[in-house]
Design a protein around this ligand. Structure first.
Ligand code: X2X
Length: 339
């Protein structure tokens, strides 16, 4: 064993459960022609990373060790804002990011996060796999990031809190809530009367634990896999927006790969996305009971008053203007006319 390999194995061992054993075998590691890094903010146990690990293994096997994708889940390479810079500079090759956070760079990418626009999953996938998603991917390509056809599911987001359940908009008045770093999220919770604080996911657990904020909002699979139930008592099932991840690739690096390698990676990333969507669908059925068993208290607000407050505050009008008629038209094709 060379001292280099030795050092790497020691480092992997030291990193423990967080760093997966990334190489199928020593000889394959030596021969990998394309070594690529993929990062995201999800826990290693979240279906996103389980399916991406499978994809990486399949890509390595099918390419006979020529292509090795190394995975860095759980913010190992920094928070989202950092990782977005890294994929743009080429320090990482693939980065999975919410369209709403990507909005800081590609404004239209946040469009699927408009509050309460999607009534169910069939509508989400029709839009995201249809003309709306194609429009967003076109905009992403203009900033020299390549993105794959199928988005991953994060889910419909619900509000959690350590202080009180959120049953009506009145409960949100002055409520200190963490939101991801994105103008759409801040605008929405301000319009609802809350006090949103923009915090990367890497800091969410600690900011809830130290009570810098009272609450946050995320889909159930993340509330479970990131163990937010340890620092949050209430879960209010608002389903206020649908959020998903695009797999973004550094454009220059992507273009430099031979077509057969591009095809292999695309095939397995898209396959992983479909499997991951199915995982989330199954998880959604049982998670509420699991989280209740861990002590979370659930409530089911009527969402109509929340929509009305947003409309009155001019939220929909503001974002219709910002996203523009072409993109809004593509959204409305699936959702019907916005409020
Ligand atoms: O930051 C979040 O809350 C997360 C993990 O859901 C996103 O990536 C948007």
């Amino acid at each position: 064993m060379t001292s280099h390999t030795n050092r790497r194995l020691l480092l992997q061992a030291a990193a423990g459960a967080c760093a997966w054993p990334l190489l199928a075998s020593h000889s394959q590691a030596q021969s990998a022609e394309f070594k690529l890094k993929l990062a995201n903010n999800f826990p290693a146990t979240h279906p996103t990373n389980i399916r991406m690990k499978e994809a990486a293994e399949a890509i390595q096997a099918e390419s006979k060790g020529r292509v090795e994708i190394q995975l860095f889940p759980n913010n190992q390479l920094g928070g989202d804002t950092d990782m977005l810079s890294q994929v743009r500079s080429g320090a990482i090759d693939y980065f999975m990011l919410s369209g709403l956070i990507l909005q800081t760079l590609v404004p239209v990418a946040g469009i699927n996060g408009l509050a309460f626009v999607f009534k169910d999953y069939p509508t989400v996938w029709a839009a995201m796999d249809g003309e709306l998603g194609a429009h967003v991917r076109g905009a992403i390509a203009k900033v020299n990031l390549h993105t794959f056809d199928l988005a991953f599911d994060n889910g419909f987001r619900n509000i959690t809190s350590s202080t009180k359940p959120i049953q009506t908009p009145a409960d949100l008045q002055g409520f200190k809530i963490r939101v991801p770093v994105s103008p759409l999220w801040t605008s929405m919770f301000k319009a609802l009367g809350a006090s949103p604080a923009s915090i990367n996911f890497s800091e969410v657990y600690s900011s809830l634990q130290t009570k810098i904020v009272e609450g946050q909002e995320n889909p159930l699979p993340l509330i479970e896999s990131a163990k937010l139930y340890e620092v949050q008592k209430y879960c209010s099932m608002t389903s206020h927006m649908w959020d998903g991840q695009w797999v973004l690739a550094n454009g220059k690096r992507w273009q430099s790969l031979p077509p057969e390698v591009q095809a292999l990676i695309s095939k397995h990333f898209n396959k992983a996305a479909l499997a991951q969507r199915e995982d989330i669908r199954r998880l959604n059925n049982g998670l509420e009971a699991q989280l209740k068993a861990k002590g979370m208290v659930f409530n089911y607000p009527d969402i109509k008053p929340f929509r009305e407050v947003l409309s009155k505050a001019g939220f929909y009008q503001e974002w219709k203007t910002k996203y523009g008629p072409e993109a809004i038209g593509k959204l409305e094709k699936y959702t019907g006319k916005l409020a």
